[in-house]
Design a protein around this ligand. Sequence first.
Ligand SMILES: [Zn+2]
Length: 256
Amino acid sequence: MFLRLITLFILFTFHSSLFSEEVQNNKKEIYSGKKLKALLITGGCCHNYTFQSTALTSGIEEKVNVEFTVVNEGGNGTKAKIALYNDPDWAKPYDVIVHNECFAGTLDPDYIKKITNVHKSGKPAVVIHCAMHTYRSAQIDDWRKFLGVTSKRHEHKAQYPVIPVAKDHPIMKGFPNKWITPKDELYVIDKLWPKTKALAYSVSERTGKKHAVIWTNEFGSARVFGTTYGHSDDTFKDQVFIDLLARGLAWAASKS
Ligand SMILES: [Zn+2]
């Protein structure tokens, strides 16, 4: 009898530990694997980066097993150099880097390469909105090749319909067939780089041209996920947008 009780106790304990592990693993809707470390680099011109950073990190952390570190530097101008990049191992502690910065007027090729070389060697990235106009006037193409798109300007703010074109891609899983953005800017895409795959586009209200607004890129051995939306606070309050970023981050960080 005593032995039976002990056996039952052991079985119960084993089962409940399995169960609690299962509950823990199922906690995050988009990614529940080993905890990821992410670095968000933000700052510069034209956007409310304090609000965006909170919305982005808390929104993604709800659905992805990830812990964010935020570097918000460079003030609110168009030219800055972030000290972090002077350390050649700046990205080493992180599984994925999120770029949501806006420094169109920084041109120094050596500085830009401190960032792109790290990604080229395999550090995954998520690139958002004004990251596409960062280092815009630089002579070298390294940053644009890393992003996967070349864009030099944007069109007016409007509520743009977003049409998915790669519905089977894991990043687009659960994305609506036609999402209308909160008021945001349409970035004019002059060029998609050869390894870029457009996942969704929007149409210019001025020219009727289609522009990729969500895409993936391969840069060296790194996965890059990008979207040109993300101008307004309202976009960062939209669950569709935050979920998109969450799936993009999880995809970029989990190269199989
Ligand atoms: Zn903007």
